[in-house]
Design a protein around this ligand. Structure first.
Ligand code: DP6
Length: 388
């Protein structure tokens, strides 16, 4: 009798925001980076991808639905993830012939983000981490998150870091086959739970250069890039790990801001130059610099990915200062918390920046360091094998 059962597993996975940025690939096919990177995993209470993976002998093709819409799964990145996970499942089945032959079945994946895709937040990291974790759970794979991170990496480089919570390094590795390019936990969220983040959502006028295309252009044309990858990042990785181990916010912040600025500098040093930050982003930088000067110590650290949104890391004890200041700067409908905190206006903060932030920030997401993927029984796939 043929097995017609629909097997399924569900998980949620987090977004991560790098404080030492991944920028540059030595292999596009395998997503192997030119430098190691380090990120903070953000709480899934605020940002997460929820994914259910199912397989059955009755399915006729691999399918993926994201936020209710069918997606193309024929791309090299998805194909690599499906292929590698199926190969691991096949090994289990070969060792134990009584297991259902899931490796021969097609897979259905249904994914939903709890944040608007339009916000321009890096959703591919959470998306591929959730896809890999959910299929690994479906197949009951014994592989560690570090082993699975090598598969998620092939979906999207930064996704490998979303298989862990807390503070996560992606060690670049040296091997040509990518076997030593994976994510490891630097410290769990519980080691430094006071870390918080305010994400200033800035609307981009036009679509920016994709990470993959941007990285390739930088690797091929920027002279500054070699200095960054070979001289700066190796030392910074060590300094950042030490800052996290010692919960030294001043060091953490100094390296976070310097690394974001250098990443955007190598983008500017690319031919043709790539601009991810805009006037609103630069106003946010001035704001954080002005607040730090006003306080006489570092209370906030900004960082920007391949887009104009600002992520400001701060410690819980400084929430009043950060939110008081942002409440002064941003439009009242954006800064809903503003009434709760005393206003802070650093002297010397220029009017132009004031205006840019008030007009340019459309939403703020307040979040904190959080956990890695979490298994759930909340299935997004119905008894017919399709999205509910
Ligand atoms: C600036 O992981 O999106 O956010 O590997 O091509 O999918 P691909 O790139 P992606 O790049 C992220 C770049 C970054 C820095 C970072 O997250 O480390």
């Amino acid at each position: 009798m043929t097995d017609k059962k629909i097997y399924s597993a569900s998980t949620t996975a987090p977004v991560n925001i790098a404080v030492v940025k991944y920028w540059g690939k030595r292999s596009v096919k395998l997503n192997l980076p030119t430098n190691s990177s380090l990120s903070v995993t953000l709480s899934q209470a605020d940002l997460k991808t929820h994914t259910t993976a199912a397989c059955s002998s009755t399915f006729t093709e691999n399918s993926l639905w994201l936020n209710g819409e069918a997606q193309d799964v024929s791309g090299a990145r998805q194909t690599a993830c499906f292929r590698e996970l199926k190969a691991l499942r096949k090994k289990l089945e070969d060792a134990n012939p009584s297991l259902p032959k899931m490796s021969e079945y097609y897979v259905h994946v249904v994914s939903e983000n709890n944040f608007p895709t339009a916000a321009g937040l890096a959703s591919s990291a959470a998306g591929f981490a959730a896809l890999v974790r959910a299929i690994a759970d479906l197949y009951e794979l014994p592989e560690s998150p570090t082993e699975l991170s090598k598969i998620a990496r092939q979906g999207s480089g930064s996704a490998c870091r979303s298989l862990f919570g807390g503070y996560v390094a992606w060690e670049m590795g040296q091997a040509v086959d990518g076997s030593d390019s994976y994510a490891v936990e630097v410290a769990p969220a519980s080691h430094w739970p006071e870390m918080k983040a305010a994400i200033l959502v800035v609307s981009a006028a036009k679509k920016s250069v994709s990470s993959t295309a941007g990285m390739q252009a930088t690797v091929n044309t920027s002279a500054l890039f070699t200095h960054r990858a070979c001289d700066v990042v190796p030392k910074r990785m060590e300094a950042m790990k030490a800052a996290i181990e010692n919960r030294d916010f001043e060091q953490f912040a100094a390296h976070t801001m310097a690394d974001s600025n250098q990443f955007h500098a190598v983008c500017l040093d690319t031919t043709p130059p790539i601009f991810y930050m805009n006037d609103v982003s630069r106003a946010a930088i001035r704001a954080v610099e002005a607040l730090n000067t006003h306080e006489g110590r570092v209370v906030g650290a900004y960082t920007f990915d391949a887009g104009p949104n600002a992520v400001i890391y701060y410690q819980e004890k400084d929430e009043e200062k950060i939110l008081g200041f942002l409440g002064t700067l941003l439009a009242p409908e954006v800064a809903e918390w503003a009434g709760k905190y005393a206003k802070v206006t650093p002297e010397g903060y220029d009017n132009g920046s004031f205006e840019a932030l008030k007009d340019g920030v459309s939403r703020v997401i307040l979040t904190r360091v959080g956990e890695g993927p979490i298994r759930t029984h909340d299935s997004l796939i119905g008894a017919d094998g399709l999205p509910r």
